[in-house]
Each structure stands twice: as C-alpha cells, then as structure tokens.
Design a protein around this ligand. Structure first.
Ligand SMILES: Nc1nc2c(ncn2[C@@H]2O[C@H](COP(=O)(O)OP(=O)(O)OP(=O)(O)O)[C@@H](O)[C@H]2O)c(=O)[nH]1
Ligand SMILES: [Mg+2]
Length: 395
C-alpha cells in the first residue's frame, strides 16, 4: 500500500530546571550561589529523505516524544540538552497543523523542519545574583516543550505527470522512457498507486515523470479510483495526456479526462499539456484527431508496443517541459538544506521555585493550564504560589 497521508502527534522535550545551590568549600562557611541552568528540551524535527517512497512508516507508530533537558546542578553545572527526535519523511511531504495551516513543505532532499520546539531550560540561582541580592534563594524551572497534532501529506515532486483514461498506455510509456518498472496489463486500473520514473537525456539532464491511476468520467464524484491521486500531479509543470487512438473517439477521450482534471482544481486544468496519441500500430493511417486547445503544446503519435515515435517523444519532453523555477538567485549558492523554524516566541511567563513555594512572573496561563504548568514544574497540592501580589495554595 502506498500511503500519502499520516496523522502524528509530536511532543518536544521539557526544559530542565535551574538549580538552587550555594558553594560549599572547606572552611568557607557561606559560599555564593552556584546553581547551574537547566538544559533545553529536545526538538522534534522532520527531515526529507530521498530514499523514502511514502509515509507508510507512520501508519503504526504515531506518537513521538523528544528527550527532556537535564536539570542544572551545583558548582555551576549546566544540564545537558534533551535528545532531538528526527523523523524521516519522503521528499515532497507537506506538514499541516490541526487547523489545516501549512507549517512546512519539505521539497528538497535533506530539507528539515522543526515541528515542535523543546522547552527552554530554567536559569540557576547563580544568574540572579546581584550586588543587592547576593543569596538568591530561588531558581527558574524549565518550561514544557511544544506539543501538537500534525497531518503529513505527500505530494510527489515530478517535472511532468501522465494523465489519461485507464488502459491508454501511460505505464507502458513510462516503462519505455524511464527506469521505472511499472505494471502493464490489458485491464483498467492496473496502476493502483503513483510511480515515479527518471528519464535521462544524452546530455545528462534528468526529468522525473509520475504515473498515476487512470481517470474515468465521474472521477470527481469518486468513480473508479476517483481523484485520490491527483494531488501528485499538482506540482508537475507539464501534463502528458495519453490517448488510446485505437479506442473510440480520441477527441472525446481527451475531453473526458480534461473535465475531471478541471473539476479537481488546484490548477490542473490550466497546466500545459503534451498529447500522446498511443497505439498507432493498431491503425492503418496516422490519426488526426481535432484537438484545438491552447494548452496543448505539441502532439506526438507513437506506439509503446513497437517503439515507433517514442524517441521523438522523449526528446520532446526535454525541450517542452518548462525549466524548474529557480528558487535562489543564480549567483547565490543553493543551500545544502533548508531549515524551517517556527518564529521564536517571546516566553510568556516564568516559574521560579523559591524557599516557600513557587513564584510566577509574566503572563501565565489560567485555570487548568496554569495548574498543569505548575505541576509539571514540580508543585504539589497545597504548594504556595505567588503571582504578582496574589498568593494562593495549589488545589
Ligand atoms: N497494441 C498496443 N498496445 C499497447 C500500446 N501501449 C500499451 N498497450 C497495451 O495497452 C494495455 C494497457 O497499458 P497500460 O500501460 O497498462 O495502460 P495504463 O494507461 O497504464 O492503464 P491503467 O494503469 O489501468 O490506468 C496493455 O495491455 C498494453 O500492453 C501500444 O502502443 N500498442
Ligand atoms: Mg498504468
């Protein structure tokens, strides 16, 4: 099974607490503060892996948690950072949050996205020492890491994509021109999942071409395999529309498929098309269907069975598929990988552990969320909590 969607839950690590500690030295009765900072919690990162084909590895394990930061210790010892969790996804994976907002689009091999940021570590009491406060008897606690549900959607990255009715010969064509071992048979819906093939030009250039299940009339209403796989055509810059000229009315076949592409939306109805009139070996004369359509850039008549016309088509692909849009200016070196990072958020509040209990500064959350944050910081029932001038007991 080919999985192009997955729902996962990610939780970054909690930051370690800052330490409250005072120096103890031989014959020094009262040393200064030496509590180190807590380490930051680990992030959850997605990274695009060119060796992965789909998202099937996320069908079982769906919950991922990064490591927590270690607490700081006396003698100014900083806690170690929590371990990062790196999840590998196929190139072309888009990441959405629960509201459907896109967070990242991992289009390059080795692209990375931080999808849950580890909580910051708390500062140790050493950091709060000042001339007027030489013995700070409090330290900051670490904060929880980000936690969220995500939807991953794979949209294959192909330069061109095949479209057509079932049995038109799409997979036969890809098999002829690329390294892909596509399945070919004389019944409709032989291809059940998308396949990518790499086509080589003599000058070393390469194009990737996607083969997806065939479309039939009513696909937009879910007939056949429906529209399920058309997302994999969205990023193509050219459609190769394959038509079986030995079957009835090639011009009508063209219109049926075209209606379904337009009904899908996402710009598929506007993409330029190369039309391939396939199976000419079955006709006595070369076919001349009337295809007056401004999107059709060229028509090739060929036979996947005999190979006639296939080489011209392959050369035409390299000539006609528009070049990929440059993502960087020419003289700027393309980075090895891209890192998406959520905008750094101002830390809205801090929790300090004091002699008597806990003190909160900034704008803390309210109600249950506040209770949870306090409990996560180690506060027990009955603990004294100070917020501004207010003091209350944790219920
Ligand atoms: N005679 C002849 N048969 C062909 C030609 N191209 C493909 N076929 C046959 O047509 C049938 C369908 O070919 P496929 O390549 O599986 O067609 P498809 O468009 O991928 O079909 P789906 O995956 O079902 O959408 C197979 O039996 C092929 O052998 C051709 O040029 N001439
Ligand atoms: Mg096929």
């Amino acid at each position: 099974m080919f999985h192009d969607r997955a729902r996962i839950h990610v939780a970054a690590g909690r930051g370690g607490d800052g330490s409250m500690s005072f120096r103890r030295e031989y014959r020094v009765p009262k040393g200064g503060p030496d509590g180190g900072d807590g380490g930051p919690g680990g992030d959850v990162v997605l990274s695009a892996d060119p060796d992965l084909r789909d998202l099937s590895s996320f069908q079982r394990g769906r919950r991922f948690r990064a490591g927590r930061g270690e607490h700081g210790r006396g003698a100014n010892k900083t806690g170690a950072a929590g371990e990062t969790v790196e999840l590998h996804v196929p190139v072309g994976t888009q990441v959405f949050d629960e509201e459907g907002t896109i967070l990242a689009d991992l289009t390059g091999p080795r692209s990375r996205a931080v999808v849950a940021e580890g909580g910051p570590g708390g500062r140790g009491n050493k950091r709060f020492a000042s001339p007027t406060r030489q013995t700070p008897r409090f330290a900051e606690t670490g904060l929880p890491g980000e936690e969220r549900a995500l939807e991953l959607r794979l949209k294959l990255l192909a330069d061109a994509a095949l479209a057509g009715l079932p049995n038109a010969g799409k997979s036969s064509l890809l098999r002829r021109i690329s390294n892909a071992q596509t399945k070919v048979a004389d019944y409709p819906f032989t291809t059940l999942e998308p396949v990518l093939g790499t086509v080589d030009a003599p000058d070393g250039r390469q194009l990737t071409v996607a083969d997806v299940p065939g479309l039939i009339e009513g696909a937009s209403e879910g007939v056949g395999l429906g529209h399920e796989f058309l997302a994999h055509l969205e990023r193509a810059r050219m459609l190769v529309h394959v038509i079986d000229v030995a079957a009835d009315d090639p011009a009508e076949q063209f219109r049926v498929v075209d209606r379904e592409l337009s009904a899908y939306g996402a710009g598929l109805g506007e993409l330029p098309q190369i039309v391939v009139l396939n199976k000419i070996d079955l006709l006595p004369d070369s076919p001349q269907p009337e295809l007056h359509d401004p999107r059709v850039v060229r028509v090739f008549a060929l036979s996947c069975a005999t190979g006639e016309g296939v080489e011209e088509f392959r050369r035409g692909l390299f000539e006609l598929v528009p070049a990929a849009e440059p993502t960087e200016e020419e003289d700027v070196p393309v980075p090895d990988f891209l890192v998406y990072r959520p905008k750094p958020k101002a830390r809205p509040y801090r929790i300090f552990r004091t002699d008597r209990g806990f003190r909160i500064t900034g704008t803390p959350p309210e109600g249950e969320e506040l209770e949870e944050a306090l409990k996560a910081a180690g506060a027990r029932k009955g603990a004294e909590v100070e917020i501004g001038d207010e003091v209350f007991e944790l219920a």
